[in-house]
Design a protein around this ligand. Structure first.
Ligand SMILES: *[C@@H]1O[C@H](CO)[C@@H](O)[C@H](O)[C@H]1NC(C)=O
Ligand SMILES: *[C@@H]1O[C@H](CO)[C@@H](O)[C@H](O)[C@H]1NC(C)=O
Ligand SMILES: *[C@@H]1O[C@H](CO)[C@@H](O)[C@H](O)[C@H]1NC(C)=O
Ligand SMILES: *[C@@H]1O[C@H](CO)[C@@H](O)[C@H](O)[C@H]1NC(C)=O
Length: 488
């Protein structure tokens, strides 16, 4: 009797242990290029969505360096469509800063990593992007709704693998085209909770940086931005306003188109991801830093990152005058009609590291001959926009009590802050924290407007498209204050 009892209690505690614990085979024990001690546990691997197709989504999970059992779990998504979330991992708020060398990049700890205060899941989505892939190529034909459906399925499967984190507050965050992914996925999560899907996610809200939202608001944002930033003259602004009758996003006549072409010419050679830094058109021009810029500009665009930011940016959200519209979304390689991935770009550190087979083995990504070569933004997927404006999603989510932080690097021409400021205001919620500066180390770091229903709009002064890349210290500051529900 006793021994049977003992057997059962051992058996039960053993299964209990299995159910309660993250998968041991997913632990990342060492990383090529890094010689120190990894400060918190890292896990990585695949979640299979369809066995027959070999359709698999890749994630990299970085535990908080503070209190992983209590800190929020945050899903991170880069945009594109087609861009890998290793963009965030390598260039933005990931656990390491990557130093370019002739061979294997050198990894240093990032003092402003977002996993200082949260558990971060970096997910390559949709299938076909980054390390996520399928044996059946029909899975690469996708859309807003299919992407959200798959990511939701991923989340449910993922939390089954990591059940000890299911009660932590859960947030969904990302950038750029993820401004489309996030509200739709959040909506799927909300519907799943209503339907009693298991496991029950402790979903609290979402965070979007320089994100797309709406054809009209985002399409109209360029002209006011260009004018306010001194990129076009008062006269040009007045002419364009007069001819276009408030429809910059969809020119109503030829005179309007002519004015917009004029504006285009003046914006053409800027780095659209950060108007303060140079555009690097080809490899010969790639040099570090902003050394040709006047000192005042250099200070504004400067970053606290110990290593130089990319000599350009991508993130591909959107080329000028091509705001998100229903229908097929061309990839960067298609738009440029070249094999060059993204304009003004040098992604060599990430590309070198992630296409090294020893690295892929260490991070539990399949080798190149199975998963394909890693690209920062791929044209492997065929993406269709099938939802339209995100405004209704934001309304429904905030009405249900989910918190929303919408932030903008205020020198990004790709998805200008003027659009995000206008659409957040258009929801018509009561202003409860009127436009004011927010600070880091006693200095103004940007501006904020807080609305009823836990909606916050915030700018980051002097930052380009990928805020944690350009302003890592400020980014970690507003991120952690917001997550903790403190005044920013
Ligand atoms: C790929 O998937 C599609 C849709 O499920 C199916 O019709 C097709 O037969 C599959 N192709 C292969 C090679 O398995
Ligand atoms: C460039 O355009 C040509 C002609 O339309 C096309 O055949 C080719 O595939 C394009 N190249 C890329 C990389 O998109
Ligand atoms: C938002 O909620 C309303 C009312 O329940 C519903 O009719 C509408 O379809 C929802 N919007 C979206 C985008 O699902
Ligand atoms: C705002 O968020 C907090 C924390 O989740 C919650 O307690 C509160 O009810 C929310 N307020 C509104 C108006 O939804």
């Amino acid at each position: 009797m006793n021994s049977i009892h003992l057997f059962f209690s051992i058996f039960l505690s053993f299964t209990y242990f299995l159910v309660q614990s993250a998968p041991e085979n997913a632990i990342v024990t060492q990383l090529p290029g890094f010689t120190g001690t990894i400060p918190s546990k890292h896990y990585a691997g695949y979640v299979t969505l369809n066995e027959n197709h070999g359709k698999k989504m890749y994630y990299y999970y970085v535990l908080s360096e503070r209190d992983p059992s209590k800190d929020p779990v945050v899903l991170w998504l880069n945009g594109g469509p087609g861009c890998s979330s290793f963009d965030g991992f390598v260039y933005e708020h990931g656990p390491f800063n990557f130093e370019k060398t002739k061979g294997m990049p050198k990894l240093h700890l990032n003092p402003y990593a977002w996993n200082k205060v949260s558990n971060m899941i970096f997910l390559d989505s949709p299938v076909g992007v980054g390390m996520s892939y399928s044996r059946n190529r029909s899975d690469y034909v996708t859309s807003d709704t299919l992407t959200a459906f798959d990511s939701h399925k991923f989340l449910l499967e993922w939390f089954k693998l990591y059940p000890e984190y299911v009660s932590n507050p859960f947030y969904i965050a990302g950038e750029s085209f993820a401004g489309i992914y996030i509200p739709i996925l959040s909506h799927e999560v909300m519907k799943g909770l209503d339907n009693g899907d298991k496991p029950t996610l402790n979903f609290k809200g979402y965070i979007i940086g320089n994100g797309l939202c709406d054809e009209v608001f985002d399409g109209n944002a360029f002209i006011t931005f260009a004018h306010g930033m001194g990129l076009i003259s008062d006269g040009m602004f007045e002419d364009a306003t007069k001819e276009c009758k408030g429809k910059f996003y969809k020119p109503p006549n030829l005179k309007c188109e002519f004015q917009l072409d004029k504006v285009d010419q003046h914006l053409d050679s800027l780095n659209m991801y950060n108007i303060l830094i140079p555009c690097f058109h080809d490899k010969k021009k790639i040099r570090h830093e902003n050394t040709k810029l006047p000192m005042s500009f250099r200070n504004l665009g400067e970053t606290e990152r110990p290593l130089p930011v990319r000599t350009r940016m991508f993130g591909r959200a959107w080329p000028f005058k091509a705001p998100v519209k229903a229908g097929y979304v061309p990839s960067w390689p298609e738009l440029l009609n070249s094999t060059q991935n993204v304009p003004c770009s040098d992604d060599s550190v990430a590309t070198t590291w992630l296409n090294n087979e020893a690295v892929r083995k260490a991070i539990h990504a399949d080798p190149i001959d199975k998963a394909g070569k890693w690209e920062i933004c791929t044209s492997r997927i065929k993406y269709n926009t099938d939802t339209g404006t995100m405004l209704d999603y934001h309304k429904n989510l905030t009405a249900r009590g989910y918190r929303a932080l919408i932030f903008s690097g205020d020198h990004d021409l790709c998805v200008p802050y003027t659009g995000s400021e206008a659409w957040t205001r258009s929801l018509g919620y009561k202003v409860i924290d009127e436009w004011r500066s927010w600070k880091v180390d006693g200095q103004v770091a940007g501006y904020i407007q807080g609305y009823d229903k836990n909606l916050t709009f915030l700018t980051v002064k002097g930052s380009g498209h990928t805020v944690p890349e350009y302003k890592p210290k400020e980014a970690l500051a507003f991120y952690s204050r917001w997550l903790e529900g403190k005044k920013i």
